[in-house]
Design a protein around this ligand. Structure first.
Ligand code: ADP
Ligand code: ZN
Length: 619
């Protein structure tokens, strides 16, 4: 199995795909060569195929460690629908079912078996079935999915993952393949050492997601309307909110507007959560309004949009959450709604970080959280390519412009705000002369000539800068303050609370040696109905068959078949395959077999029904 053509033929026969995605083939080859592998691929990169294909092309069984029951079930469903002998063992099964599956494993009935780590590491499993397999039919490889779970530096540390190196000690000859969508170097080195990987073939795929359109929209009284337009534009989507209460409120409001949507957060009981998630996966509802508790365990590849109604806590979090859109490679839209009030909310939440026993502020945690918030604000207020900002944060260089973010598609012009910058800095300087340092709120009050208690009681109304900035609104001044901070023209330090001070750069501005350019805040506007089609790479929106009568008819057929088989619709076929059906109108099984996404098993299982439907439509 070394020629490119042979591997591709297998890819098509088994999975129905015409081509490997970037990086997939190289991983497959190293896995087939029996090497240890560490593969870092973004969500939607197609990690599963990298170990599934080698598993099927080798004689023994491949054991896959996966942290979440929902993920295992989903993957096994997908595999079984492709007629691949796969199964899972985890705590959702009763003892009888576990022994039935263990016996099947030993008989050689499975090519792939998914296991929860605690199950695999159980003494009786290690000494029993595992040893028997190793001595008998052979274990091709141990696959460690979501490998960042071994690292305390990752965002999802699992204690059980730590013991997985036991596998290496017990089965030194068996290759280990580790996969993750977490890119940070610290996590990467942790994976290699914790799993005791042996000179692993390192595969790093770019974390750029070219099919995602990124945009930041100002929060205003039009925001809900904008969101509604987005939702009514169609496609499955997720709205992320910061708190449970906001989730419940927004879900109710959308339901009131006739949208089929369910809430999801940790305050709901387990059954409701599962029901709501399942309804989303099966396309029984269009959208989920959720806290960030939602998303880890779902593989739904056809999420067409992700909207953040509140500020995310970290930029990496934003990358991961928005990255749940468009895993199938089709165009999808990621929107972050952002307003000045959100900064105050986030700042308030950070101030709440106190020690649970003593009530002392957790200084270090607050410091980190503030730094993270700063990065999020940087992203939200930047005029730079959104991808470039995100990828730089993930340690990757991206050459802007990208053609699929708001800043690249509709650049905002920067304006000269030097006068305001000087006024702001002068105020800091005047206070400093009195030996005082304050945060932005006090400075803005002084500039705007506020007659507030905190200004008057300190005699700040006698400063020469008092009232010189009346013409600008509070929000405009906040915008200036943040921009000066981002551009490094002033400093923020902690003095119990954040206070501002001048630095060397400020001097240049004050002496008028440096012009301060600040991008105008984006104005709220009514958006065009957000058709995700216009984010499609290549911009072939006009030719999009979505919405055509045939497409809708095939989509309905897919839903019927999916319900008959108890599967999510995307397991039957991806949208891309339905689109090809509309474009090519296959009328025979041979023609149908050529479609991307149609492999041997799917041809046999669904071919006739779809060909018949297309025939009827074309008659
Ligand atoms: P990840 O775990 O990296 O997010 P998955 O393995 O779940 O990615 O794959 C994401 C989606 O991409 C799945 O729906 C899968 O069927 C699809 N996919 C994977 N490889 C290919 C390919 N070569 N061609 C087309 N679709 C693919
Ligand atoms: Zn861009």
């Amino acid at each position: 199995m070394d020629s490119m053509a042979e591997l591709q033929a297998e890819l098509k026969r088994i999975f129905g795909f015409d081509q490997f995605r970037t990086g997939q083939e190289a991983v497959v080859r190293d896995a087939l060569a029996g090497r240890d592998v560490l593969a870092l691929m973004p969500t939607g990169g197609g990690k599963s195929l990298c170990f599934q294909l080698p598993a099927l092309l080798q004689p023994g069984v491949t054991l896959v460690v996966s942290p979440l029951i929902a993920l295992m079930q989903d993957q096994v469903r997908l595999l079984q629908d492709n007629d691949i002998a796969a199964s899972f063992i985890n705590s959702s099964l009763n003892a009888r079912e576990v022994s039935r599956r263990t016996a099947a494993l030993l008989r050689g009935d499975y090519k792939l078996l998914y296991l929860a780590p605690e199950r695999l590491l159980l003494g009786e499993f290690l000494d029993g079935p595992l040893r028997a397999l190793a001595e008998g039919r052979g274990i091709n490889a141990f696959v460690i999915d979501e490998a960042h779970c071994v690292s305390e530096w990752g965002h999802d540390f699992r204690r059980e993952y730590r013991q997985l190196s036991l596998l290496r000690r017990r089965h030194p000859q068996t290759p280990m393949l580790a996969f993750t969508a977490t890119a940070t170097p610290r996590v990467r080195t942790d994976i290699v050492s914790q799993l005791a990987l042996r000179n692993p073939a390192l595969h790093i795929t770019s974390f750029n997601r070219p099919n995602l359109f990124y945009q930041v929209r100002p929060k205003s009284k039009h925001t809900y309307g904008e969101l509604l337009t987005q939702v009514r534009g169609g496609g499955a989507g997720i709205v992320y909110c910061l708190s449970r209460r906001r989730v419940d409120e927004l879900a109710l409001q959308l339901q009131g507007d006739g949208i089929r949507v369910r809430p999801y957060h940790a305050g709901l009981d387990a059954e409701t959560r599962r029901d709501n998630q399942e309804a989303f996966i099966r396309d029984d509802v269009q959208a989920i309004v959720a806290t960030i508790a939602f998303g880890m365990g779902i593989n739904k590849p056809d999420v067409r949009w992700v909207a953040h109604y509140d500020l995310p806590k970290t930029l990496e979090g934003y990358y991961q959450e928005s990255g749940r859109a468009g895993r199938d490679g089709d165009a999808a839209r990621c929107t972050l709604y952002f307003g000045a009030a959100d900064i105050r909310t986030s700042e308030f939440l950070i101030q709440q970080k106190v020690h649970p026993d003593t009530g002392e502020p957790l200084g270090e945690e607050q410091r980190i959280a503030r730094q993270q918030l700063r990065q999020v604000l940087n992203y939200a207020e930047s005029t730079e390519c959104r991808r470039a900002v995100q990828l730089r944060y993930l340690g990757e260089n991206f050459a802007a412009p990208c053609a699929a973010c708001d800043n690249c598609c509709e650049p905002r012009t920067a304006q000269d705000w030097s006068t305001e910058a000087r006024q702001f800095m002068s105020c800091i300087a005047r206070l400093a002369q009195r030996g005082q340092r304050f945060g932005a709120a006090q400075i803005i009050d002084i500039l705007r000539g506020a007659r507030s208690e905190r200004v008057l009681s300190r005699g700040h109304d006698s400063l020469s800068v008092y009232g010189i900035g009346k013409l600008r609104t509070v929000d405009e001044w906040r915008h200036v303050a943040r921009a000066l901070l981002h551009q490094g023209l002033i400093e923020e330090t902690q003095d119990g609370y954040p206070v501002l001070s001048l630095n060397a750069q400020s001097g240049q501005v004050l002496r008028q040696e440096l012009i301060v350019h600040i991008a105008a805040p984006v104005k709220p506007k009514r958006t065009r109905p957000a058709s995700t089609a216009d984010a499609r790479p290549g911009g072939s929106a006009a030719a999009a068959p979505e919405g055509s009568a045939l497409f809708e008819c095939l989509r309905a057929l897919r839903k019927r078949l999916a319900d008959e088989h108890g599967l999510p619709p995307y397991v039957v076929f991806h949208d891309a395959t339905l689109r090809e059906m509309v474009e090519r109108r296959p009328l025979t099984l041979n023609q149908f077999a050529e479609l991307s996404g149609v492999g041997q098993a799917k041809l046999a299982r669904y071919g006739e029904r779809f060909v018949a439907a297309i025939g009827e439509f074309s008659a």
